[in-house]
Design a protein. Structure first.
Length: 344
């Protein structure tokens, strides 16, 4: 047993330090990034935000809406050939990631989809715990089978395993254990890592090997998304912030004259019941179910997020998202928001 004494930080523990800027307007900030990936050698250009592969977020109608904003969507693992056929168009081949787990059923579903629609460029290999030796071997096997696909793999939170997954064949590593709004992993297991520090350390490890990372989870507001980019993330993945829209599907529930949509974690009892017939007797739920007020417009939500990031860039003097991390100095704080009149 040992204790690491160095302080680790979450998004809520810091603020950007403002700096002089020559920018005249937020509209002058360029939010586009262009990446070339380590193994696939494919290039991608767009706004590097990804809708999470969670029920109610990683859905077909979400992808159709976000593509107009040049934003990506990681579909849930359960999408089948008939559903994928609805978005089998050139514009989606670079903006949609096909997801799978490590089970035979999940992987075989992915193989069938790619056989039918070979032009999709992104594969997201998604497990809650990316630290098993089996997971690294699985990533290697997928890389051998699909040498020209851009492979996303995760989740991990430390530099050593980021490097391990990259050396196993991942182009992009997904970073985050426990920070999500409907994730209870930290409560159930006591395992996790403050997200800002995880992003900084894993980004440093990945960039040293010519690869990329996704900051997955922990964002509660547009400022947190900007902090993820400021910490070095190449992409930021959002779940709860994009949940609660009609495009995500889900049953609309009326309570007290207000409309709500249920949202739950991917390792929750609800998700296991829906997709796997219930929790296995050796598992516990590591997610929760919440009711989110039905939001008016996904377009409005994404514009609000992108507008916040532009403002962050103007405050620190970054003319583009690419420059944001270079212009970032974080200030540690005890409080970042005055909630006298309640939270937003």
């Amino acid at each position: 047993m040992r204790i690491e004494e160095e302080i680790k930080l979450d998004y809520s523990d810091v603020l950007f330090r403002p700096k002089r800027s020559t920018l005249k307007s937020r509209k002058d900030v360029d939010l586009n990034r262009k990446y070339s990936f380590k193994y696939s050698n494919l290039t991608w250009k767009g706004t590097p935000i990804i809708a999470s592969n969670m029920d109610g977020v990683g859905e077909i109608d979400i992808a159709k809406k976000l593509v107009s904003h040049k934003v990506m969507t990681a579909l849930t693992k359960q999408h089948n050939i008939d559903q994928i056929s609805k978005i089998n168009k050139a514009v989606f081949h670079k903006t949609v990631a096909l997801s799978c787990g490590t089970s035979d059923d999940s992987y075989n579903r992915l193989i069938k989809i790619i056989q039918k629609f070979p032009k999709f460029e992104f594969i997201c290999i998604d497990v809650a715990n990316g630290y098993s030796e089996n997971f690294s071997h699985f990533v290697s096997s997928v890389r051998k089978k699909y040498p020209k696909k851009t492979i996303i793999a995760g989740n991990v939170v430390t530099a050593d395993m980021t490097q391990e997954l990259i050396l196993s064949g991942a182009d992009i590593v997904k970073v985050g254990i426990g920070p999500g709004s409907v994730c209870t992993t930290r409560i159930q297991t006591g395992v996790g890592y403050p997200q800002l520090s995880a992003v900084m350390e894993c980004a440093d490890a990945a960039h040293g090997l010519g690869a990329h990372i996704i900051a997955d989870g922990g964002c509660t507001c547009p400022g947190d998304v900007a902090k993820g980019f400021g910490a070095g993330a190449d992409f930021v993945m959002l779940g709860g912030m994009l949940a609660g829209h009609k495009e995500g599907g889900g049953e609309v529930i009326e309570k007290g004259g207000h409309k709500y949509i249920e949202f739950y974690g991917s390792s929750s009892e609800e998700a296991n019941e829906k997709h796997y017939g219930g929790l296995a007797n050796y598992r516990s739920s590591e997610g929760k179910k919440v009711s989110i007020p039905l939001k008016s417009s996904l377009d409005k939500t994404i514009r609000d997020i992108l507008g916040g990031i532009r403002s962050s860039c103007t405050y620190v003097g970054a003319p583009s998202l690419k420059q944001l991390s270079k212009c970032t100095t974080f200030v540690r704080v005890n409080n970042q928001y005055n909630d006298t009149f309640g939270k937003i």
